[in-house]
Ligand binder design. Sequence first.
Ligand code: ZN
Length: 79
Amino acid sequence: MTFHPKVVNLIKCPYCGNEKDFFEITDDVITTTHYVQNTDGSFTIEERSSQALGDVKLFCGECEEDLTSFHQRFSEMIF
Ligand SMILES: [Zn+2]
């Protein structure tokens, strides 16, 4: 017998019921990219980091309603 853990607390769009597709919009992002120059003159990205200075908003990927009230939980569940 296979054990199926019960899935709880899925974020679900209260407007259209979508619980699969979401997108996030971040204002004022500073992106820092570190490059290494190769011997042939080309560059390889070594590391990229970004820092958000402004608001981060979460939206439903289906109906595009603002779901920012779920964002705290959303950000804790990104692995
Ligand atoms: Zn929706």
